[in-house]
Every structure is written in structure tokens, then in C-alpha cells.
Design a protein. Sequence first.
Length: 255
Amino acid sequence: MIEKFIVSPCHKSYLIVKNKKIFCGDCEQAFDEIENGLYNLIPKEYYLTSKYQKWINFQKEYSFRATKLRKKNDKKLDRYSNYHHEFLNKFCKLKGRVLDVGCGPMLNHFKFINKNILPSIDYFGIDPEYSFFKGGNNCLKAVGEFLPFQSDFFDSVFLISVLDHVINPYKTLGEIKRVLKKNGKIYISLPMRHLTWKTELRKFFFPIYKSKTHVTEFNENKLLNLIKKSELKVLKLKRSDSFPKNLFVEIKKIN
């Protein structure tokens, strides 16, 4: 069943259901069913490009390393668990309809949300790789650059170490802003890198130094400039106690 609040990711129009298939109401692009009513809601002109295919393969490689960590390194996994708990339950003030952008692959974010908070929120998650969230609660196969939700729908959106992995951070923030209600909140957790003109020049001329999975590396100034460019307002900044290099940011939609 396709809910009314789910829209075509390519044109943000209504979806047509016909013979157990769904189509964009504007361009009639078909979206394939993966299984049991779960559809691939990534526009074909996006996921069929070589750039996307190369990117998703690197993200799968990152996921594989994360899965190995979950199985073998309990001490480091405990740090990650504490980090997720610190961000979701101490820093974020989640309420109403909540969107988790990038709901896999490291940990299932949903299970880290405090049980006292869960009854008061309506959780949704998106990720481009179905295997990352198979069996997850209210999760869709989609990307941040093309969110398949109607405008002004969510009260809160959070991203845990995601903005540095997406292909286009500016477009992703723009889409989040679109689906967020006025005065809604965005919560970002992101590792801060030591970036100088020398480090950037080295990566430009010697690609071996460039991260394959972290598409865009941020320091605090670079992140704040992106938020300002997106016409969003920063309310709060805090360094993580579990991972001091990671910055927590609370942002408000003002228009």
C-alpha cells in the first residue's frame, strides 16, 4: 500500500498504482517493487548513472566493514552505542513525525531511541541500500537528494554521520528543508576533519588521499557555510563526549 504522503521522488507529484506497480503522476516513470509492497523510490535517471553505481558500491564496502566491526570488536561497538545514545536521547529533541536519513548500515538507529520517547514519535527511515534496513520499521529505499515525501510533513529530521557520505550535501539539505514543517528541527552528527588548502590540493592532485566513502569531508566552518547557504538557522553546537572529533548540530527551518 502506498500512503498518500509518499510522492514521486522525481517530480514530487502523486503516485499512480496500476497492476501492483506504481508510476509518477507527471512523467509516468515506473518504480519497481522489491518485495511485499516495498518499492525502489530512487529516480532511474539517478541510480542508473555510473556515478551513482560507483558511489553505492563504495557505500556497500563501508557497510561490510561496519558489519565486521559489529561482530568482532565489542569495545569499539560499545563506544558507537554510547555515541548513538548520546546523540539521539541527550542532544536531539525528537517529536512528532521523525525522519532518519540514512537509517543504515552501522547500527539500527530506531532501537537506540529511548523507549520513553518512542510513543510520542512517528518514525520513518530512508536508505539507498535495502539490505541495510531489511525488516526495519517504516523504512523506504530512497536517497537524500530525492526524498519521496510530500512537503512540510516532518517535525524532526536527523542524520548520523550521513552528510559526508551523500553525493550532493547541498541538495540533500534542500530536500530535508522541503519536507520539514516550518520551525521544524534538523539534527546532524558529523566527524570534523582537519582541512587546509594543502590537504585539499593534495587530494585534488593525488586521488589516493581522497576518501572513497566520505564523498565530502567537513570541518566546522565548511559545515556552517553549507547550512547558511541552505538558509537554515543554527541553534546549538556541541562536541560529542564519546567521539570528541564529532560535532552535534541543531538546526531550525525558518521559512
